[in-house]
Design a protein around this ligand. Structure first.
Ligand code: F6P
Length: 324
């Protein structure tokens, strides 16, 4: 292995820059070259590359987003697109690839590896934390902190006006952000895709909460929840059925994906970057590097994509007890 390519793909997340920095510097440490690939797989197809040395990644450990930009490439999903991408890599002398992204990005890496036997290594980067084989994905911890900070602010105004707020947080298929920030910010109820609370139970719980003397409430809703109504419809539904409630909605949106990474995400990114490069140099391929029981560990990409990290039922119970 003489040259490793690195790219970021899919939804960006805080800590991706710290991971790029780690990959670049680990390559330099082992005297191999590192090529930055812009705009994910699309840049790989188009040959949008830049040589990266240890000084190219100065002052980015603290920055959100990704200096390499990110994209979701439709062309890479085609045989033709991947052929062009392979030709670009061969032309640039790249012998292995580090892909920083989520399950869609890993699926692309796996297919590319199976077609060209090209060494690939994944680093999980998504705020959703929905990747199997790691307790934490890059950006998840930062997103949790961002969301809790914002809900604390919403609580101030909710409490001043005796209001109920539905706060929608990200998490397309997973409720990790909602469940953890819901507990962390003291939410009344938490709606997640993994557990359908049901509309009736939501109403009962809100009624009970009012009767117990609470004047304001926060309900955290994961965008992928399965209750069957979006947050605005939920607002109307609750106001119709419980007229004693004055309800507002706050959709947090993409602000959850930005911002300076937490210390946890910076350290995680640094560890995963070192392991990704050193695993490639050890002759390994088609794995994801992740954190399991606080140790850096490899999981086959296929399992990382298809596996499912279950929601911790202890957290569900804690959340129930805390709303007493
Ligand atoms: O997968 C990360 C994520 O932030 C999801 O939580 C969200 O549903 C999605 O990306 C939004 O994607 P886009 O940037 O395309 O709007």
């Amino acid at each position: 292995i003489k040259k490793i390519g690195v790219l970021t793909s899919g939804g960006d997340s805080p800590g991706m820059n710290a991971a790029i920095r780690s990959v670049v510097r680990t390559c330099a440490f082992h005297n191999i070259e590192c090529l930055g690939i812009y705009r994910g797989y699309q840049g790989m197809i188009e040959g949008d590359f830049k040589e990266l040395g240890p000084r190219s990644v100065n002052n980015i450990i603290n920055k959100g987003g990704t200096i390499l930009k990110s994209a979701r490439s439709k062309e890479f999903m085609t045989v033709e697109g991947r052929k062009k991408a392979h030709e670009s890599l061969v032309k640039a002398g790249v012998n292995a690839l580090v892909v920083i992204g989520g399950d869609g990005s890993f699926t692309g890496a796996e297919v590319f590896n199976s077609e060209y036997n090209f060494p690939v290594m994944g680093i999980p980067g998504t705020i959703d934390n929905d990747i199997f084989g790691t307790s934490h994905t890059l950006g998840y911890d930062t997103a949790l902190n961002t969301v809790v900070e914002v809900i604390d602010k919403i609580r101030d105004t909710a409490s001043s006006h005796n209001r109920l707020f539905f706060v929608e947080v990200m998490g397309r298929d997973a409720g990790h952000i909602a469940l953890n920030t819901g507990i962390g910010a003291g939410a009344e109820e938490i709606l997640i895709p993994e557990e359908d609370l049901g509309l009736e139970r939501l109403l009962e719980s809100l009624k009970r909460s009012k009767e117990s003397g609470k004047s304001s409430s926060i309900v955290v809703v994961a965008e992928g929840d399965k209750i069957g109504k979006n947050v605005f419809e939920l607002k109307d539904y609750v106001e119709e059925n419980l007229p004693e409630y004055d309800v507002r909605v706050s959709v947090l949106g993409h602000m959850q994906r930005g911002g300076s990474p937490s210390c946890f995400d910076r350290v995680l990114a640094s560890r995963l970057g070192v392991k990704a490069v050193e695993s490639i140099l050890d002759g390994k391929s088609n794995f994801m590097v992740g954190l399991l029981n606080d140790k850096v560990a490899l999981t086959p990409l296929e399992q990382a994509i298809k596996g499912h990290t279950a929601i911790d039922t202890e957290l569900l119970r804690v959340s129930d007890i805390m709303t007493t």
